[in-house]
Design a protein around this ligand. Structure first.
Ligand SMILES: Cc1cc2nc3c(=O)[nH]c(=O)nc-3n(C[C@H](O)[C@H](O)[C@H](O)COP(=O)(O)O)c2cc1C
Length: 189
């Protein structure tokens, strides 16, 4: 399996980091792009530079590297995850505004009808955000808001993060035990 992963400038960059860790452990090939805004937020929220995330990926591209393979539909991948996804990047994808490598790679997913998973993070949402999400949903995009559940009784922030990553892996059909499913919760109480 081969996946494109993008981390954009929304709060919750820890989700991107954790997804990379899990995919790395599962030896799934990853092609990573981190936006400039995301690099600053990684610094602020994780207290580290983007380099520590880049070491978890197989290939890393600059957001302006038009020579990177992921800008072309002829480069076969099994899908793309944008986690977290800013409202700016969401708007760019919804409107075909492919002015950087992340936006173009997402545009490729749409035109090639490949799996695109977007993890938007903003609150509250305005009608432009909601309209953009609906437009993308209607094109077959998986909209997976960074909204962890609480029915599995999380005790740590990691439990909340892993719930979200588990939901992403469910869509990608990758086996995992990152969170306890409702049926298991019912059995264990
Ligand atoms: C600390 C910080 C947190 C931010 N959090 C969000 C957020 O949660 N959601 C969002 O849509 N934008 C957020 N922004 C604004 C985006 O970073 C900004 O719109 C940026 O242009 C996004 O660019 P990108 O999509 O290319 O990464 C945040 C900015 C900063 C500095």
């Amino acid at each position: 399996m081969k996946l494109t992963i993008a981390i954009t400038g929304a709060s919750g960059v820890v989700y991107g980091k954790r997804l990379l860790e899990v995919l790395h452990r599962k030896e799934i090939e990853t092609h990573l792009v981190i936006s400039q805004a995301a690099k600053e937020i990684i610094n602020h929220e994780l207290g580290t530079s983007e380099k520590s995330l880049e070491t978890l990926a197989n290939h890393v591209y600059d957001v302006d590297d038009w020579g990177s393979p992921i800008v072309s539909g002829s480069f076969k991948t099994d899908g793309m995850v944008i986690v977290p996804c800013s409202m700016k990047t969401l708007a760019g994808i919804a409107n075909g505004f492919a002015e950087n490598v992340i936006l173009r790679a997402a545009d490729v997913m749409l035109k090639e009808k490949r799996k695109l998973i977007i993890v938007p993070r903003e609150t509250p949402l305005n009608s432009v955000h909601l309209r953009n999400m609906l437009d993308l949903k209607n094109q077959g995009v998986h909209i997976v808001p960074a909204m962890p559940a609480y029915y599995h009784k999380p005790k740590t922030i990691s439990n909340l993060v892993d719930f979200m990553i588990g939901r992403i892996l469910d869509i990608l059909e990758i086996e995992h035990n990152l969170y306890q499913r409702w049926q298991e919760v019912q059995k264990t109480g």
